[in-house]
Design a protein around this ligand. Structure first.
Ligand SMILES: [Ca+2]
Ligand SMILES: [Ca+2]
Length: 305
């Protein structure tokens, strides 16, 4: 089908799209130059088959996405047609996999409406999540593995989860880097590290109350010039600072955290955040996370995942 007139410049506003209207639109697509406001969240697989979807997207500009009406399939459509999405065209809490975020992270921020946010879900493996191009709020739950998070400019809420989820299978106390544990980089005031109440589960079964608080003590470990600092060295340092006579174990009401900044030497550098369980000695049963940035008592929350 050819255009009726060389002068035709037909723009269709698809804001109120229905399946019957889209049928008509697809039938007359040759006459259409632009489809504005295509509601991607409305492209239900029950009626919008691949042909319909491809036809609509072939002319789409300034498409829209309401996260509340979304689904995994519709989000996949959104991501694969991301250049067609309007600035500010995404509303609500947009759920993405780490792979999807990685694909659209550089242009995502501009396409989020005021108040829209991003929810990132990871895999059982080690995930890499870069939020640095975002100014909107995020919620990040990366599950098992040694996950790497670069925090963004908005309020980032990172779920810590089970202590064993903060490290990979390759983790060893002899590690001289933080590459086998979770690393949260660029944490700033306002960001939140969420300590799970239901899955923290130390060997002795500590469960934090929903109104628990955090206590954070910052320390500096100064290595000797040629010392290759490993994780066990940091643990030994902490245990030398806080013996069993000084109870520094966490309780259900108070999470005891230590932020040990390693300086000098040739091994680990940066800050190791340790969340103690309900046994005072610092050991392999405690949560450990490599961090950079600022953490204090206000950086932690306690909710069920
Ligand atoms: Ca993971
Ligand atoms: Ca402990």
């Amino acid at each position: 089908m050819e255009k009726i007139s060389v002068d035709a410049n037909v723009t269709v506003d698809a804001a109120g799209l229905t399946s019957s209207r889209s049928e008509a639109l697809v039938q007359h697509i040759a006459k259409v130059d632009q489809i504005k406001n295509l509601p991607i969240h409305y492209l239900d697989e029950n009626w919008a088959n691949d042909e319909v979807v491809n036809t609509l997207f072939s002319k789409a500009v300034d498409a829209k996405y309401m996260s509340e009406g979304g689904s995994a399939k519709k989000t996949a459509l959104l991501v694969s047609n991301f250049s067609k999405v309007a600035d500010g065209g995404i509303t609500g809490a947009l759920s993405l996999t780490t792979a999807q975020l990685s694909e659209i992270k550089l242009t995502l921020d501009a396409k989020l409406a005021t108040g829209a946010s991003v929810v990132v879900s990871g895999s059982v493996g080690s995930d890499d999540v870069d939020l640095r191009a975002l100014t909107h709020n995020t919620k990040v739950n990366l599950g098992a593995g040694a996950d790497l998070v670069h925090a963004g400019g908005g309020k980032d809420v990172i779920d810590i989860g089970l202590f064993a989820q903060t490290r990979s299978d390759a983790f060893s106390l002899a590690d001289t880097t933080f590459t086998n544990i979770d690393q949260y980089l660029g944490i700033s005031a306002g960001d939140v590290l969420n300590i799970s109440r239901t899955t923290y589960g130390s060997g002795l079964g500590l469960v934090f109350n929903s109104d628990a608080q955090a206590s954070v003590k910052a320390l500096t470990y100064t290595a000797s010039t040629d010392q290759k600092v490993n994780i066990q060295d940091v643990f030994d340092f902490l245990n030398s600072q806080f013996g069993v006579d000084k109870t520094e174990a966490s309780t259900s009401m108070l999470a005891k955290l230590y932020a040990v900044t390693v300086e000098g030497g040739t091994g680990s550098s940066g800050t190791l955040l340790v969340l103690n369980d309900d046994a005072a000695p610092i050991d392999n049963k405690d949560v450990i996370i490599g961090i950079s940035g600022t953490v204090n008592e206000q950086s932690f929350s306690f909710t069920s995942l």
